[in-house]
Design a protein around this ligand. Structure first.
Ligand code: ARG
Length: 254
């Protein structure tokens, strides 16, 4: 064999090994949903869900690519086949269950109401607001478009005749930017995300709304192979100390 033949055979071997190798799935994440999923300063995917999915992939023998997707397009992107799973702090809801299949639950959250931290004339921090006073008629409330926070305000506030002005954002970090400059009066989002994102800002959580939402990973209905891999992976990681380590790293003390 001459040199070229050897090179070509090595190349062909490499390609067939790849083809026969581990299945590869693409995980779509919202790039701005700390501490569950985000793109960090170096441009790398990071967060609790990212670590969990990477661990499960290594454990269960599949490759995983992680790509950012706009949150309000994330289910259509899954259904169109451009991504294979969503691991990004998604609440399991009846409406979503009609379109996607969820893994077993892995975490549970409530909603938090975030406002600017006001400082009184005496220089004392004076958090006069609570959940009820922060969400009064006429107030501008920001939420991320397509979230359970939007649903909750629409059903339980606007639906109850309390005429707040609901302002929708592509991601909830943008709502915090607007809150900081006074364009909205409060922002409502999942509590762990609120706590990790207001750190270092003049903002505070005035209270929580006990929605008791349950997170799961989503796949296409009928993709039972991937669903089983994820469920088995979740079962395994939860039986190792790595699970508690990740909770400690990302979710405790936020
Ligand atoms: N848990 C809420 C929901 O499922 C908010 C999720 C927002 N997640 C995200 N990655 N932006 O609607």
């Amino acid at each position: 064999m001459n040199r070229w033949t050897v090179m070509v055979s090595v190349l062909v071997l490499g390609i067939s090994l790849l083809a026969a190798g581990a299945p590869r799935y693409v995980d779509g994440i919202d790039a701005a949903f700390p501490p569950f999923s985000y793109i960090d300063k170096r441009g790398e995917a990071a967060g609790f869900d990212v670590d969990v999915v990477r661990w499960i992939a290594a454990e269960m023998g599949f490759e995983v690519g992680i790509v950012p997707v706009d949150w309000d397009a994330i289910i259509p992107t899954l259904l169109s086949g451009n991504i294979d799973l969503i691991a990004s702090g998604m609440t399991i809801t009846e409406a979503r269950k009609e379109r996607v299949a969820f893994t077993d639950p892995y975490w549970s959250v409530n909603l938090a109401v975030v406002v600017r931290e006001e400082t009184g004339d005496d220089g004392e921090r004076s958090p006069q607001l609570n959940v009820v006073t922060a969400i009064q008629p006429g107030r501008r409330i920001g939420v991320q478009r397509g979230t359970t926070a939007q649903d909750w305000i629409e059903e339980n506030v606007i639906g109850a005749g309390i005429s707040v002005k609901l302002v929708l954002y592509d991601n909830f970090l943008l709502s915090l930017e607007d809150l900081a400059i006074g364009r909205i009066d409060a922002s409502v989002m999942d509590e762990p995300t609120a706590r990790s994102s207001i750190a270092g800002r003049a903002m505070t959580v005035v209270g929580t709304i006990e929605t008791g939402e349950i997170y799961g990973y989503a796949v296409r209905q009928g993709d039972t192979e991937l669903l089983q891999l994820l469920n088995e992976g979740l079962r395994r990681i939860r039986s190792t100390p790595i699970w508690d380590g990740l909770i400690e790293k990302w979710l405790v003390g936020q």
